[in-house]
Design a protein around this ligand. Sequence first.
Ligand code: NDP
Length: 437
Amino acid sequence: ISRNPGELEFHQAVREVFDSLPRVLSRHPQYVEASILERICEPERQIIFRVPWTDDEGNVHINRGFRVQYNSALGPYKGGLRFHPSVLLGTVKFLGFEQIFKNALTGLPIGGGKGGSDFDPKGRSDAEIMRFCQSFMTEAYRHLGDRVDVPAGDIGVGGREIGYLFGQYKRITNRYESGVLTGKGISWGGSLVRTEATGYGTVFFTQHMLATRGRSFDGAKVLVSGSGNVAIYAIEKVTELGGTVVGASDSSGSIYDPDGIDLQLLREIKEVRRGRISEYAQERDRAEYIGGAPVWAVAEKTPVDVALPCATQNELDEQDAARLIAAGVQAVAEGANMPTTPEAIRALRDAGVLFGPGKAANAGGVATSALEMQQNATRDSWSFEYTEQRLAEIMENIHTRCAETAEEYGVPGDYVSGANIAGFTQVADAMIAQGVI
Ligand code: NDP
């Protein structure tokens, strides 16, 4: 803590992993002897840079760019870029630290990294977004490469931004290096299912958790927070599996739709118009807008079987957990990174609610990014069905690995410990094999 002052989210992420490790360290003293805990907390490299750009009126703006190359024991650094005004070094470090273990859980050869900027894309024109992305890449390109570091999207970075970033990388390097970024457009090196992967994967993981109690999504009432990339495709898959999503949100407020979210309308508002979720309630008969409240407030109006936080960190607190428990929630799985506070996780688990941590439950996005890299490396492109099948298998394997590891270490049903221990031991073993570097 004294070495990384003020990086509260980073401290929270490290504490959560370390809390799972006492049993591992007593069983495997080699990790202590090789100082793995000290080494794994320290990024291999962190890059902070100036991103100057000009808005449509000719005003110059200066933002800060970050790339934290955290751990390359298992493969090239891999992790998204976040463009949001709240981004600080500590935010990128928390996300990068989580990414190390998540990527290990996918079973694919990818190390952990993360990046982004405190740039706020809201309300900016396409031309402004393009100039920002070009300026960001003008510095970032020298640190990237398909065998070095492969960024992807995250909050505020979707297909449009990846396109501008890729274009600038290609222009500076004079190389058509498809595998340097993932989340590309389908016609120029992207993978089918990548857009859907995180949301779908979270739902697949939850399906396996529910199955351990003989339950399923069929007939379930579900709350999903957010209405961005992860949320939209989580809603789509839940609906496909027979569930009804009765609430969603954005950073301004939430909607309650007792008839189930009309995904076409939601996508039109969020993806095409880039509008606010309040517009949904204006255009849908029985839907209600609850301004300024998290979607978990909807649990006061209706029973809830499953909750999928898919927006941002620390968005589901102890009070929200109490609301969900009172509404009868059976399972909570994190589509977002660290959306549930430690106190809320404790409350949910004490109440016997199945809890899937983000490292495991939202790993489908990065896993499909790694599948995109595989397709780029072999200059191939796979069908939607085949790629979705691979995603489904990966999510099933992650679920099995977390469940078996939890069992092996004497905490059956504890997916948090299972995910942390399985990811940690794999990375730690590789670090020991590769020497003190
Ligand atoms: P998007 O930018 O597409 O969407 C984020 C959504 O969350 C928006 O609807 C945003 O609303 C909403 N939001 C932000 N802050 C809050 C808040 N405090 N309360 C309620 N809603 C809020 O991002 P993604 O969907 O890509 O990412 C969401 C989460 O999933 C992040 O934690 C990310 O790290 C994680 N993740 C994403 C992956 C991916 O493949 N995209 C992979 C793995 C994890 P508004 O429009 O008002 O800002």
